[in-house]
Write a protein that binds this ligand. Sequence first.
Ligand code: NAI
Length: 385
Amino acid sequence: MGAAADLSVTDAMTAGGHEQVVFVADAAVGLRAIIAVHSTALGPSLGGIRFWQYPTERDALVDVLRLSEAMSLKAAAAGLHQGGGKAVVLWDDQHRFRSEAFLRVLGRAIDELGGRYIAAEDVGATPADMNGLALETPWVTGVDGPGGSGDPSPVTAVGVLAAMRAAAKEVDGEPLLNGRRIVVQGAGHVGTHLVELLVDAGASVGVADIDADRVDALVRAHGVDLVAVETVLEEECDILAPCALGGAVTVETVPRLRCRAIVGAANNQLADSSVDDALVARGIVYAPDFVANAGGIINIAEEFVGYNPRRALTRAAEIEHTTARVFALARELGVAPGRAAETMARRRMAEEGGGRRWRPGDPAAWTRGEPLRTLRPGVAPAKAV
Ligand code: NAI
C-alpha cells in the first residue's frame, strides 16, 4: 500500500467532480504516473505532463487532481471545446535520462484512453518527450515537427496584452495602454514578448528579473527601465504584470502594492483565494490568471484544426472580451474577479457540456463531425527521440 492509503481516491474525485483517474506503473522502465481526466463535458481533456519529485504518492495525486480541474476551468473560460486533464510522473531525479522504452510505455497508457486525455508539455517535459510519446499515440500535442504549434509564449503574451486592455478600461474607461506605466516581473519567454508588445503600444515599461542579462537586453533594445527585483511589487504603476513564478502576490504584500491593476502570465499569481478579496478591498483590479494567460492553451488547441498562427493570435486577442465579461460578472454577483471567472467557466461546462462524457470515437466540436484522429496530420508517428 502506498502513502495514498489515508486518502480515498474516489472521495477526492467526487468532491472535485473528476471523471477518471488512471494509475500507471511499469517496473521494467521505472515508470510511476497518474493521469487525471477532470472533465470531458466540452470535449477531450487536454493538459500537460508534469515530471516532478513528489515526496509521496499522495502529494502527486493531490497535485494531479488540482491541476486537471484548473485545466477544465481554463479551457471553459477561454471558450474552447475541450476539457481538462493532467498527468504527473513521479520522477526521482530531474537529470535522469528518459529512454524511448519509458516514453513508449507512457505513450501507450495515454493511447489506451483513446483521446479522452491529450498530452502536452508541462514542468519538466520537453518536445523530445512529446516526440517519444507520439511513437505510440496520436493524442499528444507540442510535438516537434509538422503540425506542431511550437513555442506558445508569443501567443500567451498577446493574450496578456488583451487582458491588460480590458483591465485598463475597467480602471478608467479606456482600453488603451498608450502612456500607461506597466511593470513586468519576469523577462522570460512570455515577459520578453510582452515587453515588446507594450513598447509598441506606447506604454512606459519597467522590468525586473533575477537574471540581470535578460533585463539588460530589453533595456538596450527597447529603452525600458530596470526595476529592482526586491521592490518590484511596490513600484508605482498602472498595471503590475507577474510573469515569473506563482504566488507572487500574498495577503502580506497587498497593502504595499502601488498599482491599479494586476494582469500577468504566471499561473497561480495569488498565493490563495483570500488575496483576490484583499485586492477588491484595496480597489485593485485583478484579471484572473487563468483567463489572462489562456493564449498558451488556445495556441495548442489550434493544432487540432490544422495549426494556423494567425488564427491563434486572433483568438488570443479575444481574451480582451472574455476578461471584460469576467469583470462584468464580478460586479453583477458582487464577488472578486477570480470567483467570477470560475463561475463563468463552471456555468459553461454545465450548460453547454450538460454532463456529457466524451468517448473515443465521438466527434469533437472542432472536428465538425469528423473523427478526431483524421484531423491530426503531422502528429504521429513522430521522429524517434
Ligand atoms: P520563463 O521561465 O521563460 O520565464 C520566467 C522568468 O522569471 C525568468 O526569466 C526568471 O529568471 C524570472 N524570475 C524567476 N523568479 C523571479 C523573481 N522572483 N523576480 C523576477 N523574475 C523572476 O517562463 P515563461 O514561459 O515566460 O512563463 C512565465 C510564467 O507564465 C510561468 O509562471 C508560466 O507557468 C506561465 N505561463 C506561461 C505560458 C507560456 O506560454 N510560456 C502559458 C501560460 C502560463
